[in-house]
Design a protein around this ligand. Structure first.
Ligand SMILES: *[C@@H]1O[C@H](CO)[C@@H](O)[C@H](O)[C@H]1NC(C)=O
Ligand SMILES: *[C@@H]1O[C@H](CO)[C@@H](O)[C@H](O)[C@H]1NC(C)=O
Length: 509
């Protein structure tokens, strides 16, 4: 449709304009797992290519996929499936519709799974347009859209970018609004320094009027130009790795400041040479799991739970780590989720909750649900939809002693901020905004778990039931709020008499 090109208008090295033009609210710019509209893709990311692509274009797209996968040490893989597959997948296309439809003008991708599309269909498109405003000139240009699919945001729209690039006024841009800054509530950027080398960084000619660069780089800022590296930059890689529970220390160390136009070209050439073997279209998901970090403190937790044996586990990506239930500090090294549970359970997980004294339920981000006795699991018909929940947690009516079952089960919705009693999934019980300054750093909850061994001294009255909240701040840093607890019956949380600041990773790692 005509408005789409306007909405997503992109230059050769482009950006997703949707948010720049104000058509999405702030949550959509946050990390995918907290995002009401866009969920994180599972692993592998399923896709198929429009048969309209030429063989040369197919090879270029496969090269982009290989290069992204290599940049991420195979922690994220892309797996081709038939167009007819019922798996939810990306359709890469140069067209605006079916066979014979008009070509796309611009390239665009949205930052994650379009939840609406997943609820109503089996695919969402990533536009890879041909021509001067497209991105089929090289696999390097295509990589940007893969990075966006994995959740990276446009570097040049960071709220602090004015210290790093001087952008023309809208009137002097070919596409007004193309460089609108993210606000602090839309995106978080301060965890990593400004990155001229990000694969998402526009070139000065993008959205520029003829003869008027869209932006300039102030004197003295190295490397003084925007290198177009045919690889994820170090911080692109670290950010995506952290979002996906992968090991950011495996990311290649590329010094951006020391890039020169020549070395950038050399790097491009070297990578091109290294990646001349196109991916076959029959490559399946990798069976080699990326190693787990010794701790997962600096990654996003997907979920946390209390196991039936009392262990508190935090899950991120393919890995799990035990927390000490009293100190909330990590206990031992992170392990593969597939080593913790039998029955083929593998991350990333969306929700884990206890349903009886011996029984656990697991919902993976891919939508498979397991019922487990202890840690021995088998699949069952899913009772929850992964895209509709951020976390599921249970409470028990007798903390500190033998829990009384059945427990009450609560589901945090996909916004990550509202939760529901499962016996009444319609009436929201709580919105985290109401907690106000007691969890200042939490943009959302990604994981909630029950513990009945928290130190309750300082509380005005003993809590009947206790839960913990693990979240992440907007930069992806895990924040633990161990003193948030609930008293049942609802409404509301009880709080310690004195304000307790949210704990940061340092306090539990
Ligand atoms: C998400 O998918 C729905 C349904 O296909 C579609 O109408 C909507 O435009 C998509 N959103 C974006 C931002 O692409
Ligand atoms: C990366 O390279 C830079 C410059 O070459 C160096 O200062 C830095 O210590 C390196 N970092 C790592 C993690 O190796």
């Amino acid at each position: 449709m005509a408005s789409r090109a306007t909405m997503y208008g992109c230059g050769l090295l482009t950006l997703v304009l949707m948010c720049a033009l104000g058509s999405c609210d702030d949550k959509k710019l946050r990390t995918t797992n907290a995002d009401a509209a866009f969920a994180r893709w599972g692993n592998p990311v399923y896709y198929y290519l429009d048969p309209a692509f030429t063989l040369a274009e197919v090879n270029m797209i496969n090269q982009a996929i290989n290069s992204i996968t290599a940049s991420l040490s195979s922690c994220v893989t892309f797996s081709p499936v038939p167009a007819s597959s019922s798996l939810f997948k990306i359709k890469f296309t140069p067209l605006t519709g079916g066979p014979g439809s008009p070509p796309q003008t611009y390239c665009f991708a949205v930052p994650g799974v379009n939840i609406t599309a997943r609820q109503t269909g089996t695919e969402q498109i990533v536009s890879l347009a041909r021509g001067p405003t497209g991105c089929l000139d090289s696999y390097c240009s295509i990589m940007k859209y893969l990075a966006i699919c994995l959740g990276k945001r446009n570097e040049h729209q960071r709220g602090d970018r004015d210290s790093w690039i001087t952008v023309q006024s809208d009137a002097n841009l070919a596409v007004p609004g193309a460089y609108t800054k993210y606000t602090a509530t839309q995106a978080y950027w301060s965890r990593f320094p400004y990155d001229y080398c990000s694969i998402t960084h526009n070139q000065p000619t993008d959205f520029a009027k003829t003869g008027i660069p869209a932006f300039t780089i102030p004197a003295g800022k190295l490397p003084g130009f925007i290198p177009k590296l045919c690889t994820l930059s170090t911080t692109d890689c670290q950010l995506i790795s952290m979002m996906r529970g992968c090991n950011p220390s495996l990311c290649a160390n590329i010094s951006c400041a020391s890039q020169t136009p020549t070395t950038s070209t050399a790097l491009t050439t070297a990578l091109t040479t290294a990646l001349t073997t196109p991916a076959t279209t029959t490559t399946g998901p990798t069976t080699t799991l990326a190693p787990c970090l010794t701790d997962i403190c600096s990654t996003y937790p997907d979920e946390a739970t209390r196991l039936v044996d009392g262990r508190i586990m935090v899950f991120a990506g393919m890995c799990a780590q035990e927390l000490d239930p009293v100190t909330n500090k990590k206990k031992g090294a992170a392990i593969q989720i597939s080593d913790l549970f039998s029955g083929g359970v593998t991350g990333p997980l969306q929700a884990v909750w206890q349903t009886s004294a011996t029984q656990l339920r697991i919902l993976t981000q891919a939508g498979t649900q397991y019922v487990c006795t202890g840690t021995s699991c088998s699949t069952e018909t899913a009772t929850k939809t992964a895209s509709a929940v951020t976390s599921v947690f249970e409470t028990v009516s007798n903390p500190g002693a033998s829990p009384t079952w059945p427990a009450t089960t609560y589901t945090v919705d996909s916004s990550g901020i509202t939760y529901y009693d499962d016996s009444d999934p319609v009436t929201p019980l709580y919105v985290s905004g109401a907690i106000g300054n007691s969890i200042p750093a939490l943009g959302s909850w990604t994981a909630v778990y029950r513990t009945n061994t928290l130190d309750t001294s300082g509380f005005s009255s003993p809590p009947a039931e206790i839960i913990n909240v693990i979240g992440k701040d907007l930069g992806g840093v895990v924040v633990l709020q161990p003193m948030v607890y609930s008293t049942i019956p609802f409404p509301g949380f009880g709080f310690p008499s004195a304000a307790v600041p949210a704990q940061t990773t340092a306090m539990w790692c």
